[in-house]
Structures are given as structure tokens and as C-alpha cells.
Design a protein around this ligand. Structure first.
Ligand code: SF4
Length: 454
């Protein structure tokens, strides 16, 4: 969960509550940009806000429960302060908005994720925009909706929605079919971010490998992610480019070559495998086999030896037997990912798996399988990271925590380091070289070796 904090004056104030994926966080930053353009200022607490936006996630039941809990709390807040408007966006907003409006009458507007025109229409309609405020356009992307002082690392959505319909996933029902942003618009936004001191961008999409297929091109093939990376690689001031999430069935040879050859593109891929058993993969409707996944990893590692790989795994999918789980366990032990995000299956109403399969793996068994993978992965990550001890690594500094500076390497390793220079802004946004002194499965500690000039 995150929210923006700010100051007090006579302007109306907003508060944004965000849970879920990076896409939600990126969208919350954009909503904050629109509200700032409309004359709002950020509020430290929801209690002092005139406008509260919930940016929601329902990808797991636990996330949906948090959304419902927060909506309940806001009902009480609204009773005490009726002038406050509550808006809801994110994956909680399904196609049956009328039903949502009946269930939650204290919410003034439900709008689909990424549909900023609904938000701006509402601001106009309701008279809640203190400043004259034009509807979003390409020009406004350039000047209006980006933070005035973006952080050194920014998220940039490049494609909305998903066409895949994996059997367990609610995303295509809530975010709709894939829609790519025009390449020129993304370029314009990244140039603007770089001119405002952003050094690294992470391109976001539910499936970034689909980028461009829906963009009409009269002269040639539609653009793809490799084309976009090639254009962004030339943006002045930008020093790193990342992207997520990939779909293993869609990663192209062109993309692998682009990552291998473009100097600003980081050597890190998010490549969700989800299971290491072909029957389970088929029931998940993932569109690849274990053999194809393994082959893809071999090709990537052959072309980019320094690549770091993250993956996602779901344990306890309906019908997952002990042996099928062991196949997943063995694949993780074989591939040795840098990071594994593990989740226990929870049925999402409306999905294919919810309709067609019994959630018949007990929660005890799911928990046991989850724990086994967590332990395995902690050992693997500890082993991988320990090999970096003594190395000098290039770190882009993102901020300070508990008296230490922190940032990430090109391979997405989190590094903390001490520096006598703690004044705000002294290292922020800089590339520094850090000698790694201690490692753990999750992060590394080091000391400043040579301060660079970026
Ligand atoms: S690729 Fe599958 S898991 Fe990912 S968002 Fe699309 S449907 Fe969901």
C-alpha cells in the first residue's frame, strides 16, 4: 500500500490509496498529476482530504478483502465528513458498474483503470475542478500529468490490458483487451521525464511482449518492444531502461538481441513460469510447455550471460498433485532464478479456473508447498548473491532508508551503502560504484568505491 503525502493550505486536497502491481503505482502517479493540474494538493491523511481515490487490486482474495475493508472504513469517514468525495479505480472496477454503485453508494465514481477521461469528465461535471482544466491529450502527457520532480526511477505504462486469458487470472476481465500506447507518445513522455531528472524508466504492461501488435502501420510491420527499446535507448539523460512483465510464449529473438545489444537496457527479465508441470501449465492455459520454457531460458542465457531472471509461481492450483508440485520444485532448482515470487492459488470469481475446477488443494498443503519453495529459493538466491561479494557494482541511487543510501544494480539487485554525505540530494539519481561487502538472499550491503559523474 502507498499514498502521497503533502502540506496544508486553502486548496482542496486529495489522498490516493494504492495497492497491487507496479501498473497501479504508475497509474496513481498519473492520477496525482491530473489532480495537481486541476488545482488539488496532496493530503497527509484521508481524514483531511476532499477527494479520496482508491486504486485497487483483486488479483488475490487477500487484496480484494483489503479493498472491501478500506471501502467500509471510508463509509464511516464519509458519514462524518459528507463533503469528501470517494473515487474508485483499479481492478476492483468490473464491467457491472451499476451493481457496484448500488453496493457502495458512498462512492461518487467508479472508473476503469487507465481511463483518465472518466476522472477528468467527473471533475468537470461535478464542479470539483478548482482550475480550468482541459481533458487529457498528447500535449498534456508532456507537460501536465507527470510529477514536477519525478524520482530517479519512473514507471511508464506502454500497453494496457491482456488478451491471454490464463485460466486463473482476473486481469483481462477487468483491464480489457490489449491497447498499446503510440510509440511517439511514450517517447515524448520519457524525454520529458529525463529532462526532469529521471534516470531510469521501467516500461509496464501485463504482457509487454505484445507491445505494438495493435498499432497500425501503413508502410511496414507494426512496431514491437524491440523497436521501442531501440528508440528509447537514444533519449538524452536517460541511463537505464527496464520492462516488465514478459510472457514466455511471446518473448522474441529480436527482443533478446535488443537486450543484449542496447547499452541502456538492463540485463534483467521478469519471466513468469507459474508451474513446472505440463498438465498444470495446460490447465492454466499458459500456452507453453516446460520444455519450451527451458529452451527459452537457455537462449536468453546464451545471448546475455549476465542476465538476472525473476519468475512467478503459483502453488496449489486445482488438482495439483504432489508429483506435479515436485516437477515445479525441480524446475526451480534446475534453473536457479535470482528471484521467485510465490503465491498460493486462490479462486477469482469470473475466471475459467473458478468456473471449471474445484479449489481442491487444502490450504495446509498450499502453505507447505509455498514454504518449501521459499526455503529453496532463499538458498539459491543466497548462493547467487554470495558470488558478488567483493565485486564493485554500478548502482543507481534511489533514496535513503535507516541512514543508508540504496539503489539497484543493472541486474536489479538491491544494494545499501553507507556514505558520510547524507544531505538530501547528494547521491540521489547518481550512478555510484559500490564494493559489495555482505550479501543475503534479498539484498546486499557495501561501501562507496568511486563516485561517478552521471
Ligand atoms: S498473461 Fe495471463 S497472468 Fe498475465 S495478465 Fe494476462 S491473463 Fe493474467
Amino acid at each position: 500500500m502507498s499514498f502521497q503525502c503533502g502540506n496544508n493550505n486553502n486548496m482542496p486536497h486529495y489522498f490516493i490509496w494504492t495497492i497491487g502491481c507496479q501498473m497501479n503505482k504508475a497509474e496513481s502517479h498519473r492520477i496525482a498529476g491530473y489532480l495537481t493540474s486541476a488545482g488539488y494538493e496532496v493530503s497527509v491523511t484521508p481524514q483531511d482530504a476532499d477527494l479520496i481515490v482508491l486504486n485497487t487490486c483483486v488479483v488475490r482474495k487477500s487484496a480484494e478483502d483489503r479493498v472491501l475493508g478500506t471501502l467500509g472504513l471510508l463509509k464511516g469517514l464519509k458519514e462524518n465528513r459528507p463533503s469528501t468525495s470517494v473515487l474508485v479505480t483499479g481492478c476492483f472496477v468490473d464491467s457491472n458498474v451499476e451493481e457496484l454503485e448500488k453496493r457502495f453508494p458512498h462512492v461518487a465514481l467508479f472508473f476503469k483503470p487507465g481511463d483518465y477521461s472518466e476522472l477528468t469528465d467527473w471533475l468537470h461535471r461535478s464542479g470539483n475542478s478548482p482550475l480550468p482544466f482541459p481533458l487529457p491529450s498528447r500535449e498534456r502527457v508532456k507537460v501536465g500529468v507527470l510529477p514536477v520532480s519525478p524520482s530517479p526511477c519512473a514507471f511508464v505504462p506502454i500497453i494496457q490490458g491482456c488478451n491471454n486469458f490464463c485460466s486463473y487470472c482476473i486481469v483481462p476481465y477487468r483491464r480489457g483487451r490489449e491497447v498499446s500506447r503510440p510509440m511517439e507518445e511514450i517517447l515524448c513522455e520519457v524525454e520529458e521525464l529525463a529532462s526532469r531528472s529521471t534516470r531510469e524508466v521501467t516500461l509496464l504492461g501485463q504482457n509487454v511482449d505484445s507491445y505494438g501488435h495493435d498499432i497500425a502501420s501503413e508502410t511496414k510491420q507494426p512496431p514491437d518492444l524491440a523497436d521501442l527499446l531501440t528508440r528509447l535507448n537514444d533519449v538524452d539523460g536517460l541511463i537505464r531502461i527496464r520492462f516488465l512483465t514478459n510472457h514466455p510464449k511471446d518473448v522474441s529473438l529480436r527482443l533478446i538481441k535488443a537486450v543484449a545489444s542496447l547499452e541502456k537496457v538492463c540485463q534483467h527479465l521478469e519471466l513468469p513460469v507459474q508451474a513446472g508441470d505440463n498438465e498444470i501449465l495446460k490447465a492454466m492455459r499458459r500456452g507453453y510447455t516446460v520444455e519450451q520454457y527451458r529452451e527459452l531460458v537457455h537462449s536468453i542465457r546464451a545471448d546475455i550471460p549476465e542476465i538476472s531472471l525473476s519468475t512467478d509461481v503459483i502453488v496449489g492450483f486445482p488438482g495439483e498433485t504432489e508429483q506435479q508440485f515436485e516437477h515445479t520444485f525441480a524446475l526451480l532448482r534446475e534453473i536457479k532464478f535470482d528471484v521467485v515470487h510465490i503465491a498460493a492459488y486462490s479462486p477469482r470469481p469470473g475466471t475459467i479456473a473458478w468456473r471449471e475446477y474445484d479449489d481442491n488443494v487444502t490450504s495446509e498443503v498450499k502453505k507447505m508447498r509455498l514454504n518449501r519453495i521459499e526455503t529453496l529459493q532463499a538458498n539459491i538466491a543466497a548462493e547467487i548473491n554470495s558470488k558478488l561479494q567483493g565485486n564493485i557494482m554500478e548502482v543507481l541511487v534511489e533514496g535513503q532508508k535507516k541512514g543508508k543510501w540504496y539503489g539497484r544494480t543493472r541486474s536489479n539487485k538491491l544494494v545499501f551503502f553507507e556514505s558520510s554525505d547524507r544531505s538530501e540530494g547528494s547521491h540521489l539519481g547518481q550512478l555510484v560504484e559500490v564494493r559489495i561487502q555482505r550479501t543475503s538472499p534479498w539484498s546486499m550491503q557495501g561501501e562507496l568505491a568511486v563516485k561517478s559523474y552521471a
